[in-house]
Structure formats: C-alpha cells, structure tokens
Design a protein. Structure first.
Length: 457
C-alpha cells in the first residue's frame, strides 16, 4: 500500500480539512478523498467522520494514528537523509527500521532511489539482531550527549509525555459518548436548546391537559350519578302518585257505598278525601316538575362536559403528536434525557477539542524530537517517538536496555544455532556429493542456487 495514502490521511488530520490537505500536498480534493477511502476499504474501518462543519478523526482512527505516524516519520527521516546526499554521486546510506516497514515499503523506495543514484549504496541492518544492536548503540549515544543538548532533548520528551498522558486520559475515560450520538448532536447543535425548551413546554402542557381531562371526567361522572338519582326520584314520584290515586279511588268507592247502601251522611268524607287528593297531587306535581327541571339542567351539563372533554382530548392528542415529533427529531424520549445528552455533548466536545489540541501539539513535538535526534549519531530516531519517557527516566532506560540485551542474547543463540544447522547441512551435502560424484555438479548447482535465493532481498 502506498505510503502517500498514509501521508494524505495524516495531513488531513493535521489541517482538519481534505481541501487544505490536498492543497498542501499538491493533489486534487477527490484524489485525497479517494486515498482515504481506499485505506478505509482496505482495513475495514472508519478513519474520518464527515459532517457539515468539517471532518473529525474517528475512535478507530485514533487507535491507528500513532502507528501511521511512526511509519511516516521513518519515511520522512529517510527523505531527509536522501536530501543531504542529494548533491553527492556516491556514498553509503545506513538504514535501520522495523521488519514490516523494511519488507513492505522500503524496497520500492530504495529501488527508485537507486535508479536515480546508482553509485550510492544502502546498508540495511542485518535483521532483528542488528536492529537491537543499533538500539543499544542509540542509548549509549543519547546518554553520552552533553548536558545542554540532553536538557533540550528532555524538554521535548517531557512535553510529549505530558501530552500522551492527556490523550490517554481521554481514551481511557469511561462513559464516553458514542460517535453516532456525538455527531448527531453536533449537526443539531444550533437548535438543541430550543428543542429542549419546546419538548419541556409540550410535556408541561400535556401534563396540564391530562389533569384537565381527569377533572372533566370526574365532573362528568358526578353529573352521570346525579342524573341516575333524578331518574330514580322521578320514578318514585310517579309510583307514589299512582298509589295516591288508587287510594283516592278506593276512598270514593267506600264513601259511595256508605252513602247509597247504608244511607249515611258522607259530605265530610268527600271533602277530606278531595282535600287529601288535591294536596298529594300538588306535592307530587311540584316535586316532579322540580326533578324534571334539574334533570334537563344535568343533561345539558353532561352535554357540555362531553364537548369540553372532546376538545381537551383533541388538544391532548395534538400535543402528544407534537411531542412525539420533537422526540423523533432529536432522537430522545423526553426533554430531560435530551438535556442530559446535551450536557454530555458539551463536556465531550470540550474534551475532544482538548484532545485534538494535544494531538496537534504532540505531532509538532514528535517532529521536533525526530529532527533533534537526527542531528546526532542515532540510527533509529523514530523509535524514540513511541517511548519518550525513557529519555526522561533513567530507570526506564535501564529497563529497556536490559530487555534489549536479553533479546540480543536470545537472538545470538538463535543465530549460532542456525549457523550450526547450516554448517551441518553443508557438510552432509558435501558428503553426498563425494559419495555420488556423478551427480556432484547438479548438487553443487542446487546449493549455489539456494544461496542466491537466500541472499536476495
């Protein structure tokens, strides 16, 4: 994969814009976009998050960023060395780097350079053993620096350590917002507060409307109960009236029997019966009339309450629909949750801004550290970009040296073992050649061809 894609991605992060990155690198905007898209497709990750206000590095991009910076720093270091030799026609360049870089990208770079400067040779360190040895020599070179030079180096390393601690605190912080929530709120940043107010107003209004609905419903139930009572009272009055009429008729029959059969004087009886009937009819009529009047009033009240209840229900439904729309628009279920997410977003935005500033400063100080180390006899200055704490803490340097020495000893044993195996194989092959002299030329040709393949880069 072309290192230019890595450089385009890092330049985009540095400038905060694909357009500015393309202008500084001399590419078109579409070319830089295509390079980044190729990286995302090849690795199966999202490196940048795009929105209306610009681009931001994703959480996956943050994890890959230090590795890409080390690779590009090594590439820049190589270019600086080449630039220093640009005016020469012969010489030797000593390069030490990681195995993955030397196997993947470095051969193509050396090939292009060798075509332009055939008399300049490259001296690649012999494998991991030579690389470990060069690291140990770098440590000795750093520790032998003059005090003033070491203070300047430590100052840069100290800033890198501080910035790395700030970045680590952000990466390790729990309860971080998801990128999807963060960028959704960022797109709606200008209207979130208004949305919170609207949702809260709708919720408050909905609560009041619901209370009104409950109050109207209670009043309607009270009216319904009173109507049932009035219906019962009117039925009772009608029943009592029938009883009085029946009793009055019986009294008349008895008076007629007494008058015509027994020839008794019943005038007073007629007067009493008529007075009683008139009084009862008057009372029944008054009660019944009052009951009907009140019943009409209650039914009219119930009708008004039903109309009012329907209006309140319509308002409640409309307010509920508006609340649901606002909640859907801002991807929340209540104004309280939206306000909580907004507060988290503001905190997250500030922390991401600080992280971006720390990353920008760290990139600047990495270049400063790389430039300063390149001025000394350091074979692999880019290695120290990943462990600036070792430049500050002697105990850290001692631990690294101890690990490197142990690693070199293990590699030395492995190399000796491999050489012994190769020498044993060589002797066995020579014995076979001596035993079968007729096939000796073919055997020696195979050995020479194997040696050639083993020495090929």
């Amino acid at each position: 994969m072309s290192i230019q894609k890595y450089i385009a991605y890092l330049k985009t992060i540095e400038t905060g814009s694909i357009t500015r990155a393309a202008a500084q690198l001399g590419y078109t905007q579409s070319a830089v976009s295509r390079m980044i898209a190729d990286l995302e497709k090849s690795w199966g990750v999202t490196l940048l998050t795009r929105n209306r206000s610009g681009i931001e590095i994703s959480s996956e991009g943050l994890m890959l960023l230090p590795k890409l910076q080390v690779i590009c720093s090594g590439y820049e270091s190589l270019n600086r060395t080449v630039a220093e030799l640009h005016s020469h026609t012969s010489g030797s360049i000593r390069v030490g780097t990681f195995s993955s870089f030397s196997c993947g990208l470095l051969p193509a770079i050396i090939k292009d350079f060798h075509e332009a400067y055939p008399h300049i040779t490259f001296n690649l360190l012999n494998g991991e053993y030579s690389l470990v040895t060069s690291y140990l020599m770098d440590m000795e070179e750093i520790e032998a620096l003059p005090e003033e030079e070491r203070e300047g180096l430590n100052a840069i390393a100290g800033k890198l350590v501080t910035l790395e601690q700030e970045r680590a605190r952000y990466r390790d912080r729990k309860n971080r917002m998801q990128d999807s929530d963060y960028y959704r709120l960022r797109r709606q940043e200008g209207e979130i507060q208004e949305g919170i107010e609207k949702i809260r107003e709708c919720e408050d209004y909905g609560t009041k409307v619901k209370q009104d609905m409950q109050r109207v419903d209670r009043e309607r139930h009270a009216y319904e109960y009173r109507r049932q009572e009035l219906d019962m009272i009117l039925n009772n009055i009608r029943g009592v009236t029938v009883i009085f009429l029946t009793a009055f008729l019986l009294c008349l029959i008895m008076l007629l029997v007494l008058q015509f059969i027994f020839e008794m004087n019943t005038r007073v009886g007629y007067l009493v019966a008529g007075a009683a009937a008139a009084l009862a009819a008057t009372i029944a009529w008054v009660k019944y009339t009052d009951g009907e009047r009140e019943l009409r009033r209650v039914e009219k009240g119930i009708s008004k309450l039903i109309q009012l209840q329907n209006k309140v229900k319509i308002r409640y439904v409309n307010n509920r629909n508006l609340t649901d729309y606002l909640c859907m628009k801002y991807s929340t279920d209540s104004g309280g949750n939206l306000e909580r997410m907004w507060n988290l977003y503001q905190k997250e935005r500030e922390e991401r801004r600080e992280f971006a500033e720390a990353e920008s400063k760290a990139q600047y100080y990495r270049k400063e550290l790389l430039y300063k180390l390149s001025n000394y006899r350091i074979s692999s200055p880019e290695k120290w970009l990943g462990q600036p704490a070792a430049l500050l803490d002697k105990r850290e340097m001692v631990e690294i040296r101890h690990d490197m020495i142990l690693r070199r000893q293990a590699l030395r044993k492995q190399l000796d073992y491999n050489n012994n195996v190769a020498e044993t194989a060589r002797r066995e092959i020579m014995d076979v050649a001596d035993k079968y002299p007729a096939h000796a030329p073919e055997i020696m040709e195979m050995v020479e061809r194997y040696k050639g393949e083993d020495k090929a880069p």
